[in-house]
Design a binder for this molecule. Structure first.
Ligand SMILES: NC(=O)C1=CN([C@@H]2O[C@H](COP(=O)(O)OP(=O)(O)OC[C@H]3O[C@@H](n4cnc5c(N)ncnc54)[C@H](O)[C@@H]3O)[C@@H](O)[C@H]2O)C=CC1
Ligand SMILES: O=C(CO)COP(=O)(O)O
Length: 342
């Protein structure tokens, strides 16, 4: 795939390296193959690499999907050194570690598409900030939107946001990563795209709690709508644009994640709403619930920016054991009455 209008000559991406063979990394590797890219998927578990190659299936993280014949697998980040394009898909809390480990093999100018959703605990940083600190020579893009890995891997129709500050590179990436059934839309606002993806996971836990407590469809709709207001306020305070958050990477992903028990975040909330403790709800889970991981950082970030995020804050308090489910519900319903605005 080429983009002849790129400054300094054609921008050409023929090979892709995907860091992280969880459900989403595996699904995106499938997309890359469908898009015509020579693709290598890196898994951190050496045993998984053997199984992937032998069975063409990722039974650990994405069972039930047959992987493309052309997809290559490795446990060694060095094998991605010649790739024209990198997709970074570890859990958000491990993004810094993964990119730092990849740094010796990254060639200056090779773009990194950040596909994970979350805020780094402790630093309160978004993934683009983590990328800038670990691979300063990497042009950044963010891919985010309503997209369950299993559906994407099977080729079901999916639309996502692809945000890149450089519109020429963004267009080249759009052309490169679009595939049958997979339709990225271009944006230039990375912060908005990242904020949407990070916050929707926390809000999906709230929708799960509501579902688990059988609070009804009205409560569900109210949580999505007021959650969207929180998401918009926070994204704008962080420097993002409300318009971006109203797109696939914000509202779109919020609606998806809050509406299906396929979501790990919503399932976590469901379990809590049905009376399980956080420990019980997370016990034995190999897959990541990013809302659980990011909630403390989202709460801290909102407080630092002076943004009211009562739903996200309530979920952070619930997950930290500071309040009960009843306390969460009472707290939200007893807030002062006020004008409805974002
Ligand atoms: N699964 C999905 O449908 C989607 C996931 N995402 C995002 O993609 C990111 C990755 O999620 P999934 O692929 O679903 O993960 P997953 O839950 O399927 O798998 C867990 C991943 O965590 C990795 N891991 C565990 N411990 C680690 C460590 N100490 N260091 C580095 N990596 C470690 C595992 O190797 C594995 O790749 C998340 O930010 C998620 O929000 C985004 C869109 C869709
Ligand atoms: O991000 C996702 C869908 O867009 C996946 O959601 P969960 O991580 O909650 O499963």
């Amino acid at each position: 795939m080429t983009n002849e209008t790129a400054p300094g000559g054609p921008m050409e991406f023929r090979t892709a390296g995907v860091i992280g063979a969880g459900a989403w990394g595996t699904a995106l590797a499938q997309v890359c193959v469908r898009a015509g890219l020579d693709t290598t998927l890196q898994a951190r578990e050496p045993q998984l690499v053997e199984t992937l190659a032998a069975t063409r299936a990722n039974d650990l993280y994405l069972p039930g999907v047959t992987l493309a014949e052309d997809l290559k697998f490795t446990a060694d980040l060095a094998d991605l050194r010649d790739c024209d394009l990198i997709l970074a898909v570890p859990p958000a809390q491990h993004m810094r570690g993964a990119l730092t480990a990849f740094a010796p093999y990254h060639r200056a100018g090779v773009p990194v598409v950040l596909c994970s959703k979350g805020v780094e605990r402790g630093t309160m940083k978004l993934m683009t900030e983590v990328l800038a600190e670990t691979l300063p020579d990497a042009p950044a893009a963010v891919l985010s939107g309503p997209s369950f890995a299993g559906e994407v891997a099977r080729g079901l129709p999916t639309a996502v946001t692809l945000a890149c500050a450089d519109p020429v590179l963004g267009q080249a990436l759009l052309n490169t990563l679009s595939a049958p059934g997979f339709r990225p839309y271009l944006a230039t606002d990375l912060i908005g795209a990242e904020a949407g993806g990070a916050l929707k996971n926390v809000l999906a836990i709230a929708c799960g709690v509501s579902e688990g407590r059988q609070l009804g469809r009205s409560a569900h709709a109210a949580l999505i709508t007021r959650g969207f207001a929180e998401m918009t306020r926070l994204a704008v305070a962080m420097g993002g644009q409300a318009e971006t958050v109203a797109g696939l990477c914000g509202l779109g992903d919020l609606v998806l994640t809050c509406s299906s028990p396929q979501s790990r975040n919503m399932s976590l909330g469901l379990a809590l709403g049905q009376g399980q403790t956080v420990e019980q709800a997370l016990a034995g889970k190999r897959s990541v619930a990013e809302g659980y991981e990011s909630a403390p950082a989202v709460r801290e970030l909102a407080a630092r920016l002076g943004v009211e995020t009562p739903i996200a804050e309530g979920i952070a308090a619930l997950l930290a054991g500071e309040i009960t489910v009843d306390g969460l519900i009472d707290g939200l319903l007893s807030r002062p009455l006020k004008a409805e605005r974002v």
